[in-house]
Design a protein around this ligand. Sequence first.
Ligand code: NAG
Ligand code: NAG
Ligand code: NAG
Length: 475
Amino acid sequence: MWPLGALFALALVTPSIADTPANCTFEDIAGTWNFYEGLPVGDETISCPDHNAFDKKFSVLLEYPDTAQDMFGNLGTWTIIYNQGFEVRIMGRVYFAFSDYSTSASGEVTSLCHQTRVGWTHDVTGHNWACFRGHKTGVTAAPSKHMMVREASDKVMHKNSREIIKYINGGDFGWKAAFYPEHERFTRKEMQRRSGGHLSRVYGLTSRGDRYTTVSEQLEMDRLPREWDWRNVDGVNYVSPVRNQGACGSCYAFASMGALEARVRILTNNTRRSVFSPQDIVSCSEFSQGCSGGFPYLIAGKYGMDYGVVVEACNPYMGKDTENCTTDETCRRVYTYHYKYVGDHDTIITPIITIITATTIPGFFGGCSELGMMRTLVKKGPLPVGFEVYPDFQSYKGGIYRHVTETRQFGFDPLELTNHAVLLVGYGVENGKKYWIVKNSWGEGWGEKGFFRIERGNDMCGFESMAVDFDVSPY
Ligand SMILES: *[C@@H]1O[C@H](CO)[C@@H](O)[C@H](O)[C@H]1NC(C)=O
Ligand SMILES: *[C@@H]1O[C@H](CO)[C@@H](O)[C@H](O)[C@H]1NC(C)=O
Ligand SMILES: *[C@@H]1O[C@H](CO)[C@@H](O)[C@H](O)[C@H]1NC(C)=O
């Protein structure tokens, strides 16, 4: 549908590696915005970060929980994307931009949440691309918000904490820890990147957990299978092999490609077993920050829809940033569509309507729940999920993980907390304890053959806060 060569010509002149350290919350974004838009005459090769001509003004009101309304009264939807930016769908168009920020000479970052960097807009069908900038009305001064994350040292090698391992294995926490010698081949910065990277940290995630208020939700919960595992559905495994992201902060790319791989297998009765290229994401996506991190909503979702993904052979994994896009431009691209956060509206609507609309309303960041994730997992397939990584997680060997808060007593610096993207593949119950089954990208030697289980129903480490759903065309 779109000329591919041009995409790579663009990638050649616009390196994809740029920090987005902005930290903007729902409250920062909600309100009335003016969007200044260029002429909608482009295609996906448009280079928005360099764009500076904006002809048309468009106003939109963004309200709780996900309602957008334009100046003519037309309704649409919107969501924040983590703490990085937001996306609005209205009048047949999609608008996405990262929130703006400034960096002082000393390197201190201030989030400028009342304005955006230059973003991308096109019809929901992918036509008529343009660039736009957003300014929130009624906000004149930048709120003074500073990023307080710390990037770990790239001079000091990572050391497994024998104290934490001993503490966990000596206690009754429901899981066991192991000493992974291979982790000591990474620097502290590389280990931080493997866990999501230092810019990925966020606060104030909200999940509905396992509190279900309506009769219909309880009925649906009871009707869902008690256990589910996409590695074994009537003896068939739909989950592609575990991979290893190495020293690069590309978990979001592995989680996203793993989700596409599983869903293509599910859609084709396991006959099409493609493995997709995380390096294409690292090297070519302007919606993420290469080895410094990114978010599945913008990759499995937006990049998959706007640019498509390629199979591994078109850009084999190197695990490092590249100056230019390195993907073979003759490769066929595979596209996603209907991407959204898994989410439920608060049930102000009647139970009957909830049953009918529950899976058709778009989700939004902040509306996630255990039930929404279970429903989407069983119906659609594995989904990429983010959660907070504490150092005790890195030593996980088996069992049902829960964060053992006492790790703080072992000198853990909470400023080094990161957000890691992984792939949800199933759920179950063991001795009355509910858990999720999750695929990691730290190799098969880690955890339970590369997978882990984590407590379910209590939003452990934010696990039930930011799952992403999408559809894919298997070709
Ligand atoms: C991001 O903003 C929130 C809310 O303003 C704040 O609580 C949090 O500390 C900030 N995060 C970082 C990493 O600075
Ligand atoms: C799906 O694959 C299985 C195993 O190869 C086969 O037995 C089954 O008939 C297939 N189903 C369809 C609808 O083709
Ligand atoms: C990246 O692209 C630029 C512009 O085409 C070129 O000058 C440069 O040599 C390329 N770098 C690499 C490592 O290929």
